[in-house]
Design a protein around this ligand. Sequence first.
Ligand code: 2YJ
Length: 273
Amino acid sequence: MTRLKEEDIGGLAATWPEYERRLASLTGLGLLDLSARALGLDPDKVRREIAPLRVGAIPVSSGEGLIGGFAESLVSIAGHLGFVPELLPCDEAGFRAARGGSCDLFLWADDDTYLAENVRNGAQGENGWATGRGFASALARMAERKGLEKRALVLGAGPVGRSGAHTLAEAGYAVVLCDLDPRKADAAGRAIPNCRACAPPELPDFPPFACLLDAAPTDVCFPLDRLTPGACVAAPCVPCPWERHAPQDACVWHDPLQLGTAVMLLAAAFPQS
Ligand code: 2YJ
């Protein structure tokens, strides 16, 4: 996750109706259903069990410091999903309150780590992993609705790209994983079944892609010419170039925080053995 800016998430709480409308128009699912399915959970069971669970959001001032509206956005996401959300005090006081029983789960992020933690059983949802799962699942849903072949390009072999590539491979996709660093792509590609690694100069060797997961923290590689018209694009990247420059008739899903956080929360709240 690139460090978000206040303007990336400002006003997030006011946009839920439009957010849900757009997500449903692209995937046929709302945020809770999509996140639950990304984890193999039954959305109805999640909906029944979520209501009493209290989620605290802890602002963390270490490192580069607080991002205006960040913890408040986490409160909004948790509340929107149906948890009972609470903004906790900053830093140690917040961790003390969370672990001392004021909530069942808590969310916090510093400059390197963004986690959902379950106070009762120690289960965790980690942002990179959860974001990859969530956006890959959104991509697979969009592609299925358009009847696209199960073949995808994933940009970025970091935690989000690796998790996304894994999720797509699990769903039966042939995956091409591309990173500016070919060794990083190779190492990740070897660990994922049905996944070929490449570097950006090799992309023209492949037929154009109808599915793209852009998990690159930079837009240095922006292979617009490697996508088919009407392609499906899932892009957790911030800033997101695809919303303005996607191919003609493309379906693009982007959000800066909501889907990754929703999957993190459900992973921590409903851990599977
Ligand atoms: O509480 C706050 O306001 C800040 N400490 C939030 C910091 C948010 N952190 C980031 O944006 C980091 N880049 C997160 C890295 C997560 C790695 N998956």
